[in-house]
Design a protein around this ligand. Structure first.
Ligand code: PRX
Length: 630
């Protein structure tokens, strides 16, 4: 009893999944190909914390993504690739071709000394080869660590070093709208500080000039001619590592979330099918980047496990014009379109003619992910893109959760705008008050935790289990703390209200305020800084930085430009502050802690009610900050 077609089914399946979670998940798991069946479904302890699923089972996720489909869909398109430039032909990769390419990449990695358990960094744009790289690693049991190809050299080397990657797979460059980005140059810069990297394989994409280091760097196309397309799938224990993916934390150091093979496979495969209600032959398009968890779970693994056709798009929504997404939907007759609120809001601001000139009648379903979707954007999306016909699945989840946690089910759950609605079967949320008690009943608000394990949860932070425990399992004893706030309305629908910690979500990307502060502080004129989020029409949240300098800046705008460049260089352009206010001091408590609550209020433009400021070391500084607000 795991399949859902009606809301009644959902209620029944959900109840079953909570009452008998092990029976439920083991029924789901039997729908996958295992090399050896598990001996025990689950073992867990949230205090340690330790979670193991499908213990003793052996599998390879690539067999579930590829091999199992070959007898009946070898010639079906697995990946449909649309280039950045609308004039460049799109590419169709069938399941058979995907099999061959993945096996070749796997053999290429082996030829270069990569073995099971080795970490491989993938720093690639949205090209089909990025999916081959991911699956090629999984094929041989190498652990992939994909780093979003918009991160700077410094961010890349930190991530490579944190998990001691042995090899890097990258491109000469990437296209983004009318820009060409020199990826290999960034990799070269990063690799000056990464002693663990032995080999770099470079895919040709932009054909820009690159420097190849003899003995370390190899061309993808040359190496791929040296290997064949037969590569047995490595048997992986359920709890062997599948991948590491970094996400921002509340200290400057990113957290390498560790996902393991069995549970991840089962949860992602099941939720893709269940939430989207994917139907045979539908064309599914998720606009995320493979560098984020959405790309991992719902561009590559989820769709492929279900024998779907997944569209991969290299470009951006605004180039050559603001109608690019809609043009792609029309061109390929996309049925399911899954994007982020920030993209919706930016396209909503363009004249409606960009939408109206395209035929969107192929669409059956819309999705949203990455941040709370505001009601206005939801209604615009529903009316103008879905033409009031298509459901919207507002999927709440995290890098840490691996897959969907709270979401409507397509054509099943009665929708409420801006509500992620109900937990996915098997997911048991609990809303907590600030004293650590669970709030029962409906019509309530609090902090969102999960009180029972789910298969695709991250098992640890790579190399730092203590931080994993402290970050997620110590705020509320015996529960996984998400870092998000939520409401549960009188009908029991969940609405995620946003982060309650020091993480801000800018254009759907998680950024730690501490990470941005430490980048700003690298500028030689800066003594100290404090970063908070503020409401931003397009990005959801923008970055507001309060900065103390050694001496009063002579030219504030010039310094702002330099600080932005510094952040861009150290982290990447996504983290650049939108607003920089120079201040002579920060509101600190007597113990030296910055009262961010006050800064948040100022950044939001609400300076009338700053609450109690008497515990501050120097309450006078607040007036200066208020008066200088941008
Ligand atoms: O605050 C929540 C927000 O994004 C955070 C997770 O970010 P990340 O790990 O980068 O994963 C993004 C893709 C899943 C969450 O803690 N978030 C994500 N989806 C939603 C959301 N907030 C509200 N509604 C959503 N649908």
């Amino acid at each position: 009893m795991t399949s859902i077609k009606t809301f009644e089914d959902y209620k029944q399946v959900y109840r079953y999944s909570v009452e008998q979670p092990e029976a439920f998940w083991s029924e789901v798991a039997t729908q996958f190909v295992w090399k050896k069946k598990w001996d025990q479904v689950l073992e867990w302890n949230f205090h340690k914390p330790e979670v193991k699923w499908f213990i003793g089972g052996s599998l390879n996720i690539t067999e579930n993504c590829i091999d199992r489909h070959l007898p009946h869909r070898a010639s079906q398109t697995a990946l449909l690739w649309e280039a950045n430039d609308p004039n460049e032909p799109s590419r169709r990769i069938t399941y058979q071709e995907l099999h061959d390419e993945v096996c070749k990449v796997a053999n290429m990695l082996k030829m270069h000394g990569v073995k099971k358990g080795d970490r491989v960094c993938i720093y690639m744009p949205m090209v089909p080869e990025a999916a081959y790289a991911i699956l090629g690693c999984a094929r041989i049991g190498a652990v992939h660590s994909v780093v979003f190809a918009g991160f700077s050299a410094g961010s890349l080397s930190d991530r490579i070093n944190d998990s001691n990657c042995k090899a890097v797979l990258t491109c000469d460059g990437s296209f983004r709208g009318d820009k060409k980005i020199d990826l290999k140059g960034i990799v070269d810069e990063a690799l000056k500080k990464t002693p663990s990297v032995e080999k770099v394989i470079v895919l040709e994409r932009t054909r820009g000039p690159v420097t190849m280091t003899e003995g370390r760097d190899f061309w993808w196309h040359t190496e791929m001619t040296k290997v064949n397309a037969i590569c047995d799938a490595e048997p992986m224990d359920s709890e062997d590592l599948l991948f590491i993916l970094y996400t921002s934390g509340s200290t400057g150091k990113p957290k390498g979330m560790v996902h393991t093979c069995g549970g991840y496979m089962v949860h992602i495969g099941y939720t893709f099918q269940t939430i989207f209600q994917y139907r045979e032959k539908e064309l599914y398009w998720c606009t995320a980047d493979v560098g984020w968890v959405t790309g991992h779970s719902y561009i590559v693994y989820g769709p492929l496990m279900n024998g779907a056709t997944s569209l991969m798009f290299e470009g951006i929504p605004s180039w050559p014009d603001m109608g690019r997404f809609w043009q792609v939907i029309e061109k390929h007759k996309v049925n399911i379109f899954y994007t982020a609120p920030t993209a919706i809001r930016s396209l909503q601001n363009a004249p409606l003619s960009f939408v109206e000139r395209h035929d969107l009648s192929s669409l059956r379903l819309l999705g949203s992910v990455g941040e709370p979707i505001n009601e206005e954007a939801w209604h615009w999306y529903h009316a103008n893109i879905g033409k009031d016909r298509c459901d919207i699945v507002d999927t709440w989840w995290q890098t840490e959760t691996g897959g969907f946690m709270i979401s409507p089910i397509a054509n099943v759950t009665p929708m409420k705008p801006a509500f992620a609605s109900f937990p996915v079967p098997g997911v048991q949320p609990a809303v907590m008050d600030e004293h650590g008690h669970e709030i029962e009943g409906n019509g309530i608000e609090g902090r969102l935790t999960i009180k029972f394990p789910w298969p695709s949860m991250a098992r640890t932070i790579y190399g730092d289990h203590g931080r994993f425990r402290d970050t997620y399992f110590s705020t509320f004893s015996g529960k996984y703390f998400t870092g998000d706030g939520c409401k549960r309305d009188p009908d029991g629908y969940y609405r995620i209200t946003g982060r309650v910690d020091d993480i801000i979500i800018v254009s759907g990307h998680n950024l730690g305020t501490a990470e941005i502060e430490s980048a700003i502080d690298e500028h030689h004129d800066v003594v100290e800084s404090a970063v908070v989020g503020f409401p931003h029409d397009i990005k959801g949240q923008g970055v507001y930085a309060f900065v103390i300098c050694y001496k009063k800046p002579e030219n504030e705008d010039k310094l702002r430009g330099e600080i932005r460049d510094t952040v861009s260089k150290i982290i990447g352009a996504i983290a650049k502050p939108d607003k920089i206010q120079f201040v002579s001091g920060l509101p600190k408590t007597r113990s030296g802690k910055i009262m961010r609550r006050i800064l948040r209020k100022v950044a939001e433009g609400d300076t009338t009610n700053l609450g109690d400021t008497t515990t501050l070391l120097d309450p006078g500084v607040v007036d200066e900050i208020k008066n200088g607000a941008l």
